[in-house]
Design a protein. Structure first.
Length: 263
């Protein structure tokens, strides 16, 4: 069993448990449920933003603890001030050390789109994402059937949420595309064995239909890579570890962005 299988197995238990504790009615009555989500596309394309989707990532299965000394509010507000186009907040606890309250804290502190970064397998989690103040949800092709992707994407769009589909190869891309997607992300990390290769994004760039925003995800640590990805047609760049591994992720993104815009 690989790590994705383990995560999905645990996620099924978590969702079943969550449904016993919080009803759909309660989620629908939550403070954020009726707010209108920000447009992911607008923030990705805005002249005064960078395309960076900056991730709050305490730990990961591949790296263990990355940073457990910083707070969500400090880091995410620094990311947004440094002109990140969006924030990514992990809400998976067992494998990434994230939590629902991380998303709620990021929402309270920021006026930019926020991705609920989790392993979505059930419509209930989409309602949670809306209730907790997310603007974007992630659907990972490697763990969902085409029918599940279409259904979950349809539910999310019905709630006004933005949908990011994540793929790792052409086969996943071809079988997963549906109308209710806003963006397609190419993950440079193989989630089964943790190997990373930026070339994955370049290989798939031209295969992504022009109607979708193109995002490159994982293992980005150089501004020169972003420039090449932009030339290949990418609009967004999901970066976690490169900022989070430093003592001051806010300073790290500021320095990164000043280098990015200096040429
Ligand atoms: O990061 C991991 O180890 C990982 C393992 C298993 C499933 C997902 C995993 N990461 C999720 C991500 O996609 C990344 O957090 C995100 O793209 C940022 O990547 P990075 O900039 O390399 O931290």
């Amino acid at each position: 069993m690989n790590i994705l299988d383990k995560i999905v197995l645990r996620k099924k238990e978590e969702v079943a448990l969550a449904k016993q504790h919080v009803s759909v009615k309660q989620l629908e009555a939550a403070q954020h449920f009726n707010r209108s989500p920000y447009s992911f596309k607008e923030f990705l394309l805005a002249d005064d933003r960078t395309g960076i989707i900056a991730e709050f990532k305490r730990q990961s299965p591949s790296k263990g603890v990355i940073n457990d000394k910083v707070t969500v509010a400090d880091v995410t507000t620094a990311y947004a001030s440094a002109r990140a186009s969006a924030l990514s907040v992990l809400t998976d606890t067992d494998f990434f050390g994230g939590h629902q309250r991380d998303l709620l804290e990021a929402r309270a502190a920021n006026k930019v789109p926020i991705l609920r970064k989790d392993f979505m397998i059930d419509e209930y989690q989409i309602l949670e994402a809306k209730a907790w103040g997310a603007d974007i949800i992630l659907l990972i092709a490697a763990i969902l059937t085409p029918q599940e992707i279409a259904t979950l994407a349809g539910t999310a769009k019905g709630l006004g949420l933005n949908v990011l589909l994540e793929v790792h190869n052409q086969e996943e891309l071809e079988r997963s595309i549906c109308t209710d997607l806003d963006a397609i992300g190419v993950n440079n990390r193989n989630l089964a064995d943790f190997t990373v290769n930026i070339q994955t994004s370049f290989d798939l760039a031209d295969q992504i239909p022009a109607d979708f925003m193109k995002i490159s995800e994982s293992a980005i640590s150089e501004t020169s890579t972003i420039k090449l990805l932009k030339q290949a047609g990418f609009n967004g760049f999901l970066i976690g570890e490169n900022f989070m591994k430093t003592e001051d992720p806010g300073l790290a993104i500021r320095e990164f962005v000043s280098e990015l815009i200096s040429v």
